[in-house]
Design a protein around this ligand. Structure first.
Ligand SMILES: [Zn+2]
Length: 191
């Protein structure tokens, strides 16, 4: 039934680091039609099921430059993000739905401007700081195939990789969030 996608919203499996899709740069979003709206619905559903604050398309195996997030004011969609005007620095412990349960201290700029398109293709610009600024940077990295621990210093990177191998060294490449499991991740920092 065209135009009615609510009935088919689905929780998607989330790819875990080690899956090559997380290391590739996404393609720009060019089609702002019903398929995009349906993908966004599924990504929002998946983000909530996983208790994350953000989720990028490559994390569900879709190589496009878009992400969804919710920092407490409802779900938002960002297509084709371009970041600029970085200011300040902020060290913050970050988690990632593609590395569930591992948290890494990372220093990033505190403020950033994000130019993007919304789900209908309209141009938008948001100046963000603190958590929202962090979300924009972490998710834009996903769109570009950059792993968040690439941004950590040597010591924290080594520690995160050790934890990663302990948890997922068996070659697991995806997990299916299940809201009835309870929270598996720290919702405030997992992007
Ligand atoms: Zn992430």
């Amino acid at each position: 039934m065209p135009g009615n996608y609510d009935s088919v919203m689905a929780v998607l499996p989330i790819r875990i680091f080690g899956d090559p899709v997380l290391r590739e740069r996404g393609r720009p979003v060019t089609d702002f039609g019903p398929d995009l709206a349906a993908l966004v619905d599924d990504m929002v559903e998946t983000m909530y099921a996983a208790s994350g604050a953000g989720l990028a398309a490559p994390q569900v195996g879709v190589l496009q430059r878009l992400f969804v997030y919710d920092v407490g004011e409802g779900p938002e969609v960002v297509c084709n993000p371009e970041l600029s005007d970085f200011a300040g620095t902020w060290t913050y412990e970050e988690g990632c739905l593609s590395l569930p349960g591992v948290y890494v201290e990372i220093e990033r700029p505190r403020e950033v401007t994000c130019r993007f398109q919304d789900v209908d293709g309209n141009s938008r610009e948001v100046r963000a700081e603190d958590l929202l600024g962090r979300v924009f940077q972490h998710e834009t990295d996903h769109c570009d195939g950059v792993w968040f621990i690439d941004r950590a210093d040597k010591e924290h990177r080594r520690e995160a990789l050790r934890e990663f191998r302990q948890r997922f060294g068996d070659g697991t490449t995806q997990w299916l969030p299940d809201p009835s499991d309870g929270k598996r991740v720290r919702a405030d920092v997992t992007l």
